[in-house]
Ligand binder design. Structure first.
Ligand code: ATP
Ligand code: MG
Length: 238
């Protein structure tokens, strides 16, 4: 059996010592596309922030490729191969698309290597090439989200964590984003996805976890969760 690339065990995480995530355990295998779905305030972003080292577990552990990264800061986990694209399309508003991308590879010292990666990314996202010199804040919402994901790939992550990338996008754009994510995953990057768009997300995820008020209440393949009466009732309005 292959080892999980990410293994979260018995995780308690929260703010000012007060947990908002309780005893969460989840695994991601190499090459998988795994989703965490749940309502507003359920604790999805807290789990992601704790995995990438922006926060640290109150209890429990986070293993990445078998090594305990629970206490590492985010600038170390990015070097190990974890890239976190936070919710809210946080791009640099005053910098160009190219400059935004280059900053995504900040851990890379070689300028030629950074240039090479920008070129590679522009190949994958033609919409960004058209706007390479355009200032971040002048991009449309969908373009900004594309840029945020593209920047997340600039560090060549083994694990890409995408937080609520569909938020505020129109349905056709959401569909495009989902296709982009499938493409990135098929090209070899393991993905952990957090979404409120439960149906759309479970349709593309290999496996998923459902989180409710800080507790993981269900897990299974995307299909199993889509077919689950509890999930359908709670999230799909059926
Ligand atoms: N910086 C913070 N300080 C205190 N409490 C926080 C902080 N950030 C989040 N919380 C609380 O932790 C809980 C979980 O929040 P979290 O952001 O992880 O939820 P989420 O599932 O990502 O929600 P959403 O779908 O709205 O993004 C919420 O009750 C929230 O109010
Ligand atoms: Mg969130």
């Amino acid at each position: 059996m292959a080892e999980p690339i990410l293994k979260v065990s018995g995780l308690y995480a929260g703010y000012d010592g007060i947990p908002v995530v309780f005893d969460a355990s989840l695994e991601v295998m190499p090459g998988e596309l795994v989703a965490i779905v749940g309502a507003n305030g359920a604790g999805k972003s807290t789990i992601m922030r704790t995995i990438c080292g922006l926060m640290h577990p109150l209890k429990g552990s986070v293993l990445f490729e078998g090594a305990d990264i629970s206490t590492l800061p985010a600038n170390r986990t990015v070097k190990l191969g974890i890239s976190y694209v936070p919710e809210g399309r946080r791009i640099f508003a005053k910098l160009s698309v190219e400059q935004n991308l280059a900053l995504g590879a900040y851990a890379e010292d070689s300028k030629t290597e950074v240039k090479r990666r920008v070129e590679e990314i522009l190949q994958i996202f033609p919409v960004l090439r058209e706007r390479a010199r355009q200032i971040g804040e002048t991009l449309s919402g969908g373009e900004q989200q594309t840029l945020a994901i593209a920047r997340g790939l600039m560090s060549r992550p083994k694990l890409l964590m995408l937080d609520e990338m569909s938020l505020g996008l129109m349905p056709t754009m959401v569909e495009k984003m989902m296709e982009t994510v499938i493409g990135i995953n098929k090209a070899g990057t393991t993905i952990l996805l957090v979404e409120q768009m439960v149906q759309e997300t479970l349709e593309i995820a290999h496996r998923g976890y459902v989180i409710q008020s800080g507790n993981i209440v269900q897990s299974g393949t995307g299909r199993e969760l889509l077919d689950s009466p509890d999930v359908r009732k709670a999230y799909l309005g059926m």
